[in-house]
Design a binder for this molecule. Structure first.
Ligand code: UDP
Ligand code: MG
Length: 312
């Protein structure tokens, strides 16, 4: 039987959310009257989610589990889901029910109209800290400005992607993945649908500040050279200031005869400032070089403990 919709949900310690996720998704997807499947990717959960996923799969043949050998991260889990999915349209959704399953019907409607990528835009967000709201909003706008690919603002990974686009995406095996950027890069006909992002049903966010920062760096380094260019700009500014400063210093020391710019403090400040700028520039270079190194190692993206056969 040809599958129309593959729903992909990454799971990292979502024990309490799993039954409700399965229930709400089933209600929505069964209403379409079309064949669908649910790929639950267990990203190294340690709270019993794994057993619960196996239980769901035993009860419902539509559920196909992909179980990782350890935690590989959200973007990799979604990638694995896309690798194993067989549908004509794939829907990526969070397991914590922040993305309402009912919105899938709206995404599917646009897909039927001929759009290959239908992304869900967060018009409103519930139950999130002001810190998350502000940082997320700043991040979306920053990345929109500094990348050549136009990554839609206020848009997460909740989206419907046509098989054709997923086939291209599966060939992009970069290790540090920023899926929303990758799907924008591919092109095709894309459209946004607004939705209200709910609060997490249960549990805590699995994206603490450290993971958020890593995610943001992956997005920026994966789609922009801007941080590398900052060093060049700063270099020109510093050199320009230096050239301007020479006649001023000569004038104030020789012509006015004042004891201007004497002493260690001036030197110390300049050394500290430019030492700092240089180290930061080196660090930025390091970020890119580390990523090159990860690519060169050519390790697999993820390791599965259990997975369904990859038949098409
Ligand atoms: N997730 C994952 N691996 C991780 C972190 C998160 O698979 O290392 C999953 C998580 O279970 C959820 C989705 O990714 O289904 C989004 O995570 P979360 O809701 O914690 O992020 P937030 O909505 O707070 O940004
Ligand atoms: Mg969430």
């Amino acid at each position: 039987m040809e599958i129309t919709y593959s729903i992909i949900a990454p799971i990292y310690n979502e024990f309490d959310n799993l039954p409700e996720l399965h229930r709400r998704l089933s209600a929505v997807m069964n209403s379409t009257g079309e064949p669908w499947e649910l790929i639950l990717v267990d990203d190294g959960s340690s709270d019993g989610s794994t057993a619960r996923i196996r239980e769901l799969a035993a009860q419902d043949p539509k559920v196909r589990p992909v179980i990782f050998a350890r935690n590989f991260g959200h973007q990799i889990a979604v990638t694995a889901g896309l690798d194993y999915a067989r549908g004509a349209a794939m829907v990526v959704i969070d397991a914590d029910l922040q993305d309402p399953p009912e919105t899938i019907l709206e995404l599917a409607k646009k897909w039927r109209e001929g759009y290959e990528v239908v992304y869900a835009v967060r018009a409103e967000r519930e139950g999130e800290s002001w810190f998350k709201l502000v940082t997320a909003s700043l991040f979306y706008r920053l990345i929109y400005r500094i990348t050549d690919v136009k990554i839609p603002i206020d848009t997460g990974d909740f989206r419907l992607i046509d098989r054709q686009v997923v086939n291209v995406m599966s060939q992009m095996r970069e290790k540090h993945r920023f899926l929303r950027g990758m799907s924008a890069w591919i092109g095709f006909k894309q459209v946004g649908v607004e939705y209200k992002r709910a609060a997490r049903l249960s549990g805590e966010t699995k994206y603490p500040l450290k993971k958020m920062l890593k995610f943001a760096t992956d997005g920026i380094t994966g789609f922009s050279y801007f941080p590398l260019q900052i060093a060049t700009y700063l270099g020109f500014i510093a050199a320009g200031l230096g050239v301007l400063a020479i006649p001023i210093v000569i004038y104030s020391r020789i012509v006015t005869g004042l004891h201007a710019f004497e002493g260690q403090a001036t030197t110390l400040l300049a050394v500290l400032f430019f030492g700092g700028v240089q180290l930061i520039s080196l660090g930025i270079l390091g970020e890119y070089i580390g990523r090159i190194y990860d690519e060169v190692k050519g390790r697999p993206l993820y390791v599965v403990r259990e997975a369904p056969a990859k038949e098409k």
